[in-house]
Design a protein around this ligand. Sequence first.
Ligand SMILES: C[S@@+](CC[C@H](N)C(=O)[O-])C[C@H]1O[C@@H](n2cnc3c(N)ncnc32)[C@H](O)[C@@H]1O
Length: 270
Amino acid sequence: MNPNKTLWEKGDFTRIAASMRESGEALVKSIEIRKGQKVLDLGSGDGTTALPAAKLGADVLGVDIARNLVAAGNQRAEKEGLANIRFQEGDATNLEELEDDSFDVSVSIFGAMFAPKPFDVAKEMTRVTRPGGRVIMGNWIPNDPTLVAQILKISSAYTPPPPEGFVSPMTWGIEGNVIERFSGAGVPAEKISFARDTFTFNYPGRPAALVDEFRKYYGPTMNAFEAAEKNGRAAELQEELEDLFNSQNKSPRKDATSIPATFLRVTVAV
Ligand SMILES: C[S@@+](CC[C@H](N)C(=O)[O-])C[C@H]1O[C@@H](n2cnc3c(N)ncnc32)[C@H](O)[C@@H]1O
């Protein structure tokens, strides 16, 4: 059993991804992907960034560890009639099925950050990207006051401590760690650049209803609630998350949710 795979096959991340589509599309537009380019989307989920890249004419491969999300991605591509994209199962820590220098652009938006062994992830992303190509990552930032960092922070207070040696995914949001990991893959620091960017979660319901979506369908939050229930603290966790979502909601409408979240955008010139 691979706990990394189990976590993401739990629930149904497509329910959360549905609130991320507009920002996914905007992010891909800003990357300036050109027609005919070969693009890898690593930790692609059901294609929030992979589908927009294919719509721009790129030849896209989505790779994800979760079998259900790979299936959902292929279904979305088929529904949209896109022949230049496919999704397959794979692990960001070992992309042995992909050849060296296969891609012009390797993208991983809140994807590869969740894989264990970050040095292996940096090595693999660099290896499969051709010299002169780019690696682009979107990583949540530890202790950031905005939504996702806070969800993960609140949730961690209700879950048992991780096993010894566990490297927090949030460390991908620290510039020094990113430099160290890509340096380990042979990329000098001057080829790595950083920017703060924003991803907005848009949901056609109240913030409390979006909390419910996370509680029912988002693996890390599901685990936090399971642990909290065992300790009789589920109501407390629900309240903390509702307070967070309500306080961050920027929608002028009472029956809608729009929450911006800050992330670290990493660009590596390979
Ligand atoms: C927060 S979701 C983001 C999905 C997508 N990039 C998006 O923006 O909607 C994290 C994704 O990373 C995938 N993932 C986690 N660990 C992985 C690994 N070791 N290899 C490949 N994918 C992984 C999960 O299955 C999940 O689809």
